[in-house]
Design a protein around this ligand. Structure first.
Ligand SMILES: [Zn+2]
Length: 104
């Protein structure tokens, strides 16, 4: 095992110890989950603010609009996305995707 691999293993073990002992009392808001930069997995997650563990995973469509990460976007962008939803009959997720494809 290389020095780098030993350090990585030690780091993973320390994170696991932290996550296993954490009470996860500080939950984040819903965030988009990206499998690669700019590529949404279609899911949103809530993480523990203290240890970073994923506490909940839900599909975009199962998250109430008032808790949706879409609300974190600036209001002018939200307006354009809602316009795309109604004019092109898109879901919120598809409208966001379309917006960010057109405005990278
Ligand atoms: Zn935690």
């Amino acid at each position: 095992m290389s020095e780098l691999e030993k350090l990585q293993e030690k780091h993973r073990a320390e994170i696991k110890t932290l996550q296993d002992s954490c009470l996860h009392s500080e939950k984040s808001g819903w965030m988009e989950h990206w499998w690669a930069p700019g590529h949404s997995s279609g899911y949103c997650v809530r993480l523990c603010e203290r240890c970073g563990k994923t506490l909940e995973t839900k599909s975009h469509v199962d998250i109430p609009l008032k808790e949706h990460p879409y609300l974190a976007l600036p209001s002018n962008i939200r307006t354009i996305i809602i316009k795309l939803c109604t004019e092109d009959n898109l879901s919120l997720e598809d409208a966001q995707k379309k917006y960010f494809e057109q405005n990278p």
